[in-house]
Design a binder for this molecule. Structure first.
Ligand code: PSV
Ligand code: MN
Length: 400
């Protein structure tokens, strides 16, 4: 008996509809970030890896390899200007030719010296107008590349008490985002508004938490929704509760997945606390459909294509385990106040080794049974080393 037959038999004995689980798992698709393949580092150093992509097209090639092996990463998010090109229709066509779709477009409002005191919140009206013009341009890029969304993260905030008027900054941001909402009307582009507790601002980040982002979205317009980045909360915050609440208000726009131990560490999704990831997927699996799930990671010392691939596999496994939870039984246990019984139901689902199941799903999708092993033993990485060399190219991310 194969591992898969053994697992499927055991799950069926426990009343799990294995075919339904496999169908839902097969429909899972996550978006990968172009910048996850480019240079990234800490504030101390960036280590350029051999075979690093030299252009946005090469970053897309890397994303296509992740999809080929996982069958579960069918689109790529772009960052402008890191991924800027002359002809965006051509870029969209290239992405399509690789069997991928264009994920959200990420404007970059945090590296220009003009934004020292903020971008859309800057006290200087001219700088705010420049920031808004970049957002509007990214809206046009979204249409040209066939992306349906803009992913909006602002480094805006203040470092010291009294530095600026907190409420006025919020009004400035709102005015800019309302303008963006209007300018993206024809394209029907979704605006995904991301919050982050701190960094780079250390006194007050202008969008510091989900409540603040949700209120902002309500004022921006109906296409604005909150984006939850798993690395953007204080230690110990219950993210699955945030997910459930936002979804119940129709305000859950999507996710940036990664993992962390301390702050916004951007480590491989599921590498530090897989149980926390599982609990998030337990909430997501209860929704009529999954929201956008996008990796947002920067790999400094680990091999990047492999790190992205492993993250996708970890997400598959977390979702697979969440799909094993018997919802009817869970509700019964909750209603009768059986605390240990309800927790035990989740703990049992989490404890399953679902790897034979996710492997079978990938095989059914024409992808790899052992993606990381196949990446290591296949020729793709060697081809990168041979063709791209170690030094050439541009960062395509935070590196220099
Ligand atoms: C910076 O904290 C960040 O990681 C945000 O999460 C953005 O989504 C991402 O960079 C890309 O700009
Ligand atoms: Mn993010």
């Amino acid at each position: 008996m194969t591992d898969y037959e053994h697992l499927a038999g055991r799950l069926r004995d426990q009343g799990v509809d294995v075919d339904a689980v496999q169908r839902r798992l097969s429909a899972l698709q996550v978006e990968v970030p172009s910048w996850g393949f480019g240079d990234a580092g800490t504030r101390f150093a960036t280590f350029q890896q051999p075979g690093r992509p030299r252009t946005v097209f090469e970053r897309i090639d890397d994303a296509a390899e992740v999809h080929r092996l996982s069958g579960t990463a069918n689109s790529v998010a772009l960052h402008i200007p890191w991924d800027a090109v002359e002809d965006y229709a051509e870029l969209g066509a290239y992405i399509k030719s690789k069997g991928l779709g264009t994920g959200p477009i990420n404007p970059n409002l945090f590296q220009d010296p003009d934004y020292k005191l903020g971008s859309v919140t800057n006290p200087d009206e001219k700088i705010r107008a420049k920031a808004t013009a970049h957002l509007v341009e990214c809206g046009e890029i979204a249409v040209a590349t066939g992306s349906g969304a803009l992913s909006l993260w602002f480094a805006d905030g203040t470092n010291y008490a009294g530095q600026d008027d907190l409420l006025e900054r919020r009004q400035r941001m709102l005015a800019s985002l309302q303008e963006l909402h209007k300018s993206t009307q024809a394209g029907g582009t979704e605006l995904l508004v991301e919050y982050k507790l701190y960094e780079p601002a250390f006194y007050a980040t202008d969008l510091a938490d989900w409540g603040s982002a949700a209120l902002m979205c309500r004022e921006i317009g109906e296409r604005a929704k909150v984006l939850v980045d798993l690395g953007h909360h204080a230690q110990g915050v219950n993210i699955e509760q945030i997910v459930a609440i936002l979804a119940s208000y129709g305000l859950l726009g999507g996710f940036h997945t990664n993992d962390r131990r301390y702050g916004d560490d951007d480590l491989i999704t599921g590498s530090v606390n897989p149980f926390a990831l599982f609990c998030i997927f337990v909430e997501l699996a209860a929704l009529p459909e999954l929201p956008r799930i996008t990796l947002d990671q920067s790999h400094n010392i680990e091999s990047k294509v492999e790190a992205v691939l492993r993250s996708v596999v970890n997400i598959q496994e977390a979702y697979a385990k969440a799909l094993l939870v018997d919802r009817v039984k869970l509700r019964e246990l909750q209603q009768t106040g059986d605390v240990n019984g309800a927790y035990g139901l989740l703990a049992d689902a989490f404890a399953h080794d679902v790897r034979p199941l996710t492997a079978a799903v990938r095989e059914g999708l024409g992808a790899s049974v052992d993606p990381v092993g196949d990446l290591r033993s296949g020729g793709y990485m060697q081809k990168l080393y041979d063709e791209r060399g170690a030094e050439a190219g541009v960062a395509g991310g935070w590196g220099r």
